[in-house]
Design a protein around this ligand. Structure first.
Ligand code: ADP
Ligand code: MG
Length: 714
């Protein structure tokens, strides 16, 4: 008899969320009342009673133990941008000496990790190192590596935020309240608006053993030297080619792990540069999506390791090769299932769409410098404006069709509108916005902030970044803008006795008249745009230290403090944290380059030079005074090697001198500027000579994996 086995292949939908303590688990493990209470807190915020917390903790514990989990951990995102965990076992000894598993509401709600090793920007006093993590019920607990992870916020003993999630949650609440009030102009049934995020994560994969030969990649995430490979990305064969087998195996395992953790991965593909790839999920509510991106990056490191690969999230790991970004697709959704940035079927729904669309653009115009600052980092500086990524100038792309709509709306009469004008507007302007703009929008790849049919795509975000920061900043500025819009519309209605529609048209018209400077449809990579942007008074802060200053501008502090997202002290602390991170990154790079040049490159060059010297001596022995005829090339090589060595040596000395000078500066801003203008600029000349030596020295002696090996290793 022939036995036929059914192949046991699980569908993605069957794997999805199996390691997440989600709504169906709440239902299974909680009684009806507790379930309802918890859902209400998740939807509307509010406090969870001690007894409910105990019930939830008990439920989580049973569920986790049934899945062979032994530990729990509060999982948070400190200002390093990475994730942090402190694992505790469920295991305890009872007062009468019996071993048992324990996990209660207090342990679920709060933990006290030592905050002293996380950046605080001066908020945490040395005598008070304690920090608290507190459970965020709006992001579900999950199991990772036999540990039950509980997403939490992280605050200081005095209550100030020490993480990315706290202000993010506050910005979401502000935006919800502001956007819901505006929605009520159009639909009274809207009671909640939540921002949505779909990120697109770009990354490189490198063979682990090759990576091990590169201290620069290991310590700084990028190659500080290395001559370009003769074949790079010029043929575009990687982008259009099939995914290499080894990488596909990595991707499959990664997707399996992601799906189990409820990360709705949807897309995978090769990117432009060799060894560069991208993955993207289905969009989710911002808080969850941010958590999922942070978790994803952790999982990627671990899965890559199993496949003898290393994943690079750095924005510019290779000179002369495209870097990586993380487009943040952002929109607003209502509890009634409407995407507010998607045109609708009726003129009224289109007026609602235009309201949110134009207010978002106004917000970006008002805070363009701050929006650029929130994606600033030492690594992203190397990518922005590098003819492959958006420039360090913020502008908004909206496409031809919407440009036309906006032009038409600019001509709306001031004051009350005649019935004819209103009908004309509804029929011929907003009524003409096609329901689906997606296919009609010209996808301008050079824009840092592009409208792509039903969402804005913030493209300047770096691949390494924690999405929480750009999302917090964007939510905050749009919330502020919507609040001001509502006040103005209400004023026209109450003081000028205008109809609601007329008032909205009037305010939108005024806004449209002001937003022109931020709208740009042309080539963001061109030099003419830089000149044009200057004329338009748009900021162009090329480096992180210059850019970060906008954190502490009066209007930024007002933005965050008036919405209760970050106090003045908290935003100032973040300014310091980001400046210090910048300084440390450049410092580490400069030291690493100095070490590699002196410990790897110069000794290797000398070794090769010695063989050349031996060679010349041998030739002389054979040919006597005629030797130069046969040793000419070798002698010129010997000379060139010496010249490069001398140049490297003096370059490293100069770089060390400037570092010493910079280190004496106590003001963080001045120090970061010095690192940017005086230390970073000393690195390229050193690299230049090292790379020249790479071309001269015997390949078998070269101690570092070369670009051609690193980039074609998968
Ligand atoms: P593409 O831009 O490549 O044509 P999509 O438009 O489907 O593809 O989506 C690209 C990214 O945009 C994905 O990460 C997706 O999650 C995200 N996205 C799609 N719709 C939304 C939305 N309403 N809000 C936030 N992100 C979205
Ligand atoms: Mg995209």
């Amino acid at each position: 008899m022939i036995l036929k086995f059914k192949k046991n292949i699980l569908k993605h939908s069957e794997i999805f969320g199996t390691n997440v303590f989600n709504e169906s688990n709440f239902k299974q493990y909680l009684n009806k009342e507790s379930y309802n209470n918890l859902i209400e807190v998740i939807d509307k915020g509010g406090k969870i009673s001690k007894s409910l917390a105990d019930q939830i903790a008990a439920a989580m514990k049973s569920w986790a133990i049934s899945k062979e989990v032994t530990h729990y951990s509060h999982w948070f995102q400190p200002l390093t941008g990475n994730t942090a965990e402190k694992h505790d076992a469920f295991f305890e000894i009872s007062s009468d000496g019996y071993p048992l598993e324990k996990f209660d509401g207090a342990q679920l709600a709060q933990q006290e990790p030592d905050a002293s090793s996380f950046p605080s920007g001066g908020i945490r006093n040395t005598f008070e190192a304690r920090g608290y993590t507190a459970w965020d019920p709006s992001s579900p607990a999950f199991i990772f590596d036999t540990t039950l992870c509980i997403p939490t916020i992280f605050v200081s003993y005095t209550g100030e935020a020490l993480d990315y999630k706290t202000p993010l949650l506050k910005s979401i609440a502000s935006l919800d309240s502001a956007a819901t009030s505006v929605c009520k102009f159009f639909d009274k049934n809207v009671s909640k608006v939540y921002p949505t995020l779909g990120w697109e994560q770009e990354y490189f994969l490198i063979d682990k053993s090759l990576m091990d030969s590169r201290p620069d990649l290991k310590l700084t995430g990028r190659t500080l030297l290395g001559h370009g490979s003769s074949k790079g990305q010029q043929l575009s064969d990687h982008y259009f080619g099939s995914i290499p087998n080894r990488v596909l195996e990595f991707m499959k395992e990664l997707e399996y792990e992601c799906l189990r953790l409820g990360i709705p991965i949807k897309t995978r593909h090769n990117e432009v540069a060799p060894s560069q790839f991208e993955l993207a999920p289905i969009h989710e509510e911002v808080n969850l999506s941010v958590d999922h991106n942070s978790l994803l990056m952790d999982i990627m490191y671990k899965v890559a390791y199993k496949h003898d690969l290393e994943v690079l999230f750095h924005e510019k790991p290779f000179d002369g090769i495209n870097g990586s970004g993380k487009h943040n697709n952002w929109s607003l959704a209502t509890n009634t299932g409407v995407n507010l940035l998607s045109p609708g079927k009726t003129p009224m729904s289109n007026l609602q769409f235009l309201t949110f669309f134009i207010n978002t653009i106004s917000a970006v115009l008002e805070h363009e410098e701050l929006l650029r600052a929130c994606i600033a980092s030492a690594s992203n500086d190397l990518r922005l404006g590098a003819n492959e990524a958006p420039p360090a100038i913020l502008s908004v792309f909206i496409g031809e069709q919407l440009t036309k709509v906006i032009e038409d709306l600019k001509n709306v009469s001031k004051g009350k509108l005649s019935p004819e004008e209103k009908t004309d507007l509804k029929l011929n302007v907003i009524g003409k916005i096609p329901e689906i703009l997606l296919d009609n929008t010209d996808r301008n790849r050079t824009s840092p902030f592009a409208f792509t049919g039903n969402k804005f795509e913030f493209r300047a975000v770096g691949s390494k970044a924690n999405c929480a920061k750009p999302m917090t900043f964007l939510n905050a500025m749009v919330a502020e803008q919507l609040i001001s819009f509502k006040v103005k519309v209400d004023d026209l209605i109450s003081k000028k006795n205008m109809k609601k529609d007329d008032a909205i048209f009037n305010i939108l018209r005024d806004q449209i008249k002001k937003i022109k400077p931020i709208l740009f449809e042309g080539d963001g990579y061109s030099d003419s745009w830089i000149k044009e942007a200057k004329k338009r008074n748009l900021s162009h802060n090329k480096s992180t230290p210059e850019s970060l200053e906008s954190y502490i501008q009066v209007k930024s502090i007002k933005l965050f403090s008036s919405l209760n997202i970050l106090s003045k002290r908290e935003i100032e602390a973040r300014y310091i944290v980001d400046l210090q991170e910048y300084i440390m990154r450049i410092q580490i790079e400069a030291r690493t380059l100095g070490d590699i040049s002196r410990n790897h490159i110069i000794p290797t060059a000398i070794k090769y030079q010695n063989t050349l010297i031996e060679n010349v001596k041998g030739i002389k022995e054979i040919y006597g005074s005629d030797y130069k005829k046969y040793a000419n090339e070798q002698m010129s090589l010997i000379k060139r090697i010496s010249e490069h060595i001398a140049a490297i040596n003096s370059g490293v000395n100069l770089m060390i001198e400037s570092r010493k000078k910079a280190n004496k500066i106590s003001n963080d801003h001045k120090k970061a500027l010095e690192y940017s203008n005086k230390v970073l600029t000393k690195m390229n000349p050193i690299r230049y000579h090292c790379d020249k030596l790479e071309l001269l020295v015997d390949n078998t002696l070269w101690p570092l994996a070369k670009y051609r090996e690193l980039l074609f290793s998968c």
